[in-house]
Design a protein around this ligand. Sequence first.
Ligand code: PMV
Length: 371
Amino acid sequence: MGNNAFRSKISEDYTLKKGHVGWRCPSNLAIIKYWGKHGQQLPQNPSISLTLSNAFTETIVNFELMDYESEEPSIEFYFDSKPNESFQLRIQSFLSTLNDYFPYLSKYHLSIESQNSFPHSSGIASSASSMAALALCLCSIEDQLSDEVMENKFFLNKASFISRLGSGSACRSLYPDMAIWGFDKNIEAIIHNTPSDQYAIPYTQFHQVFKNYHDDILIVSNQEKGVSSTQGHRLMEDHPFAKARYDQARHKIILLLNCLESGDLWGFGKIAEEEALTLHGLMMCSDPAYMLIEPLTIELIKKIRNFRQRSNLPLFFSLDAGPNIHLLYPDEISDKVNDFVNNDLRSHCLNGLIINDKMGQGPEKIESFSI
Ligand code: PMV
């Protein structure tokens, strides 16, 4: 399905006066990373992610028919129940690009309320969960305005497509457990489903040892990133290792899918760590070069690797575009890992903060109403 498939086909003769919709949507952690894009937020390589469960955004959108047609979307935005002008401007400019997909945006005023489950200053990027929650709300409004019921698969694909336009990685937050984003014929042959650059699709063929797989986030710093992901993706355009990196990601995702299918926790963890370090390695040798990890990130990585060697337990780490560590391990070793985390790692984290998360069930509708 290309962009055209998601253009709105509903009649613009709107009869609903007002209503509201709401979604809770989790964040996700990429194991094979998306780093480098082209065109309109299209990925240079396929990626695969774990859908989290405790790190989520809740968004409620109240919509009300206006008695005039507005050229720009008419919105107000509240974050944690307070008006937030900078978020409002960002969302307004994003919505102004979506008219083909949601023509109702020129006829309805939207009042958007959003909050995150994780502390604002925890250093966790919320763009994936917040963009995906907003996209789900926009699709739910379209669904309410339409006479025809949108098929669930199409609904999620459209929400994923819209989230992608807001923040690339957000498109993978729409499904339970795991998601794949980016076309690749070798992946298609393995999963017997067709991945797309336009939106993510669910991945379900993993071995049961990965069910409830954990991702505890060790907070190293809560500082704003010095270099944004948008700038980071841009630096990949002239990066000396860009082509090698995209080829490597295509190769590694196939190896990873084999590990997922066969239940190879060690192979999976090895690739997860290589990907995390590759992402930061690419940052460190871009022009200009930059670094998002901190000395404490490296200290914690050494402790994790040391524990793994001593215990022979499959505990691994990943990193997002920041200094915080994602601790990855299967449910069956969670007691032993908890002891290690509480005795050896927690005191090093910022204010002892660790967000205990695991693979979850994807987005959940929280409310919906109209008259
Ligand atoms: O979605 P963006 O543009 O914020 O890019 C995020 C990229 C990484 O989080 C570093 C990797 C990924 O695939 O999520």
